[in-house]
Design a protein. Sequence first.
Length: 404
Amino acid sequence: MHRIARLSALVVGLFVAAGAQDAAAAQLKGAQEATVQDLPVDLVEEPYFIDPMKRATPWPVVAPPAEGQEAAEQMVPGRAGLGPWRLYEGTFDESSCRSPRLSQDATVLLSICRGLDPSRPGDEHVVLLQDNRLHRYANPIAPLDVAGGARVDLSMDGERFAVVIEEGAGRSIHIINLVLRTDTRVSGGWRNPGNPVLSADVGAVGFTAEVAGRPAVIAVSLDDKKAWTAWHGGRRSRLAVYGVGPSGKRVLMTANLTDKDQLFLVDVSRNVYYDLSGDAGNVTSATLHRSAEAAVFTSTIGGACGVFWVDLQGRKAKDFVGSVEVCYERAMLEDTRRYVLYEQVGLNKERRVVLYDRKKKQTKQEMPATCHDAHFSGDGQVMAARCNHNQTGWGVYLFANPEE
């Protein structure tokens, strides 16, 4: 296992904490004026018709316990033990499936898979496993020329997901309500939207798009039917959205004010933003806690890399892990704030998915070496990743993270 080091110089450089001796208490910069502007928005709701997929064999069923024995614990319905399990249990060729998403308790799971339509084998579709029912979103997702490709976001309660599809001469955001069976098209004063991110309360969605010919970050309040530009960049700006607070009032995003991607929290309601990473580090991933009061992100600076924890309420960077031997990407944070899931990237681009225990300040679990593109449930009890299993090949696999 690579050496984990605490890099005081790294956090001082990232947060410009002059004279700070305790890296865990590095102070963030104060609020700066933003340029939030209102945008027109149009929400068009249509019925959502489930496109069911038939399984070749029944879903696995956990055998009842023998007399005198306790029932097997099930973190995923019908699947006992700690895994790994194939997400779709071999119903179709899962080798192309990627970008898994899980609901709060892992009762709703989905990923993006290719080759489900024989007439259009290159199309990718969202495939859902909901209460052991398998179905797909009939519209193919729009291909996006961004890091990681097109993605889909699933709400914590598992009732809605957001995706980008191609329509006419452009792209549009669609939000599907699996309970009410509705498909809502979100459009407005922008074009070519990118990957959507739902707020924890599912009352808002954030995404990148073009406004007046320039890249921008958009926040849309679905409840109030209002939209804003949280950030309006230059023509060559690189922008990404990593989190949206309740009602779309806070947006966690990256922008390249210099040649590096910095992390910002934009408070739309107050028309201010906070610089969370400083101009010395290059941010590679981030996640906003559902409370919108904490975040975790990965960054590089010089020859060192780190995973950072940020207390947004106290405006402080509290703790981190770091290394000069590997870098980090795809950081995630679960509800209790104890576990952080991230990917280590070695010098030869080899990847390793790590589950880090912030309470014990140590690695709790590592996935097999072939796994990447990881995600976990909101309660932190189930993890998913794209892996190459030595018996069943490539696909999305589930792993348990039992409570201690």
